[in-house]
Design a protein around this ligand. Structure first.
Ligand SMILES: C[S@@+](CC[C@H](N)C(=O)[O-])C[C@H]1O[C@@H](n2cnc3c(N)ncnc32)[C@H](O)[C@@H]1O
Ligand code: SF4
Length: 423
């Protein structure tokens, strides 16, 4: 349980957002648009953003991962993906062993296209299979059937790249057996990683509107909990460990890029609506969270002017960062070592104070069977399978404890260092 998380938070990553899709799926609230696009014009805008914002990223060292997400980046001309990677290499730096992932919708790819992506520098595909049952794919409004999903996974694997696949389960009326059938098909395809999501009804989507009109009934919580248990148990038997709430992989095959998000690693997000997380220093001092302009047309026009207007910027204090880290690390089976976290603050808080501040909340979570505490001072914490199920409760409890106990301590200390504020 307390094996180390794959690579440390020191590694930097780059996220590239491609905001276009063939058709908008009814459940999706990503920044994705079923609109015509110009491959080259969009790549030019992204490259300009890398050139303008990349240098601030350089002190963090060469990127250990790049993630092309969307939207449907598999619609993008592979040659443009190659140009974007060259710009990252030149403007930021890219490790030779970097993980370079591209999300691929099965309705947009064939063998030749996968090969061209690999020639451009991609070495990992995340295939949006969602289900291996045609009827479910119709319910999900997908542009492909089950056979196309199987073909896509096989073709992606044939390139020699690592392949992950996405599944969505917990569809209305789905039986336990039906959910497991897609899992069986996924296992039979021998991917290196599986992301299995429960269907969530996101506000503002076509599915949410259908629910309001009584045309769609979401799966009840109890039934969903059964599905989650079935799916994680079956994947576990096949060697896919549940290392994050929705992520399963044999040890060593975890998604490096995603672990940056969970362990406070820095990443530069480029492209319409991409999120960046840039720490003030390598240590846990403070950080900026920024979203690039969301609307694709406005983003391209902005880039052409050399302006990179953010959609939003948020400044995070040390206390915010600690609270965030508690929340996100407890989404993973690796959990968190509170003493190591305290050390990252470079003496802002002593390891024993960090543990003392959170102890009451931690004990309550242990009593409820949601986490385990190990280590001589009880500073190593990780969620139990039940803790995964009630992750929101674990996160909220720790967040409140951090706000009420840790934040005042950090604020007092920073006043002590900087003296009282001028009257
Ligand atoms: C950006 S999409 C992946 C790539 C590509 N656009 C596709 O759909 O094939 C990321 C993944 O999030 C999952 N997802 C998106 N919205 C969801 C929702 N409302 N509920 C559950 N899973 C969702 C899907 O599995 C999807 O493949
Ligand atoms: S799920 Fe994927 S293909 Fe469907 S609209 Fe969202 S980003 Fe596009």
């Amino acid at each position: 349980m307390f094996s180390c998380a794959p690579r440390g938070p020191g590694d930097a990553g780059v996220y590239v957002h491609f905001p276009y899709c063939t058709r908008k799926c009814p459940y999706c609230d990503f920044n994705s648009h079923a609109a015509a696009f110009d491959d080259r014009a969009y790549a030019d805008a992204v490259i300009q953003e890398i050139e303008a914002r990349g240098p601030a990223h350089v002190p963090l060292g060469p990127a250990g991962s790049v993630y092309f997400g969307g939207g449907t980046p598999s619609l993008w001309d592979p040659a443009e993906i190659g140009r974007v990677l060259s710009a990252i290499r030149a403007g930021i730096g890219l490790r030779d062993d970097a993980e370079v992932t591209l999300e691929a919708n099965p309705g947009t790819v064939d063998e030749g296209r996968f090969e061209r992506f690999v020639e451009s520098g991609v070495n990992r595909f995340s295939v949006g299979a969602q289900s291996f049952r045609d009827q479910e794919l119709v319910t999900l409004g997908r542009i492909h059937g089950a056979n196309a999903a199987r073909r896509a996974v096989r073709a992606a694997k044939a390139t020699g790249a690592r392949v992950s696949l996405d599944l969505i389960y917990g569809l209305p009326g789905q039986s336990r057996d039906a959910a497991l059938q897609s899992v069986e098909d996924a296992i039979a395809l021998e991917p290196s990683h599986i992301s299995a999501y429960t269907l969530t009804i996101e506000p503002g989507t076509a599915l949410a509107r259908a629910e309001e009109r009584g045309r769609f009934r979401p799966t009840e919580d109890d039934r969903m909990a059964e599905h989650i248990q079935d799916v994680s148990e079956r994947l576990g038997r096949a060697g896919f460990l549940r290392y994050e709430i929705s992520s399963y992989a044999p040890p060593g095959q975890e998604a490096l890029h995603n672990t940056l998000y969970w362990f406070g690693g820095p990443y530069l997000g480029v492209g319409a609506g991409a999120h960046s997380f840039l720490p003030l220093s390598r240590r846990l001092a403070g950080a900026e969270r920024r979203e690039s302009l969301r609307n694709p047309e406005a983003y391209i026009a902005d880039a052409a002017r050399g302006a990179f207007t953010p959609e939003s910027i948020e400044h995070l204090t040390q206390a915010d960062l600690i609270a965030d880290r508690l929340w996100t690390a407890m989404r993973t089976r690796f959990g968190l070592d509170l003493e190591a976290l305290a050390e990252e603050t470079e003496d802002a808080i002593a390891p024993e104070s960090m543990i003392a501040c959170l102890s009451e909340a931690l004990d309550r979570l242990v009593e409820r069977g949601l986490i385990v505490r190990l280590g001589s001072r009880g500073g190593q914490i990780a969620p139990t399978p039940m803790g995964f199920l009630y992750n929101d409760e674990v996160g909220r409890t720790l967040l409140l404890a951090a706000r009420d106990r840790l934040a005042p301590l950090l604020a007092a200390r920073s006043n002590h260092h900087h003296g009282p504020a001028p009257a």
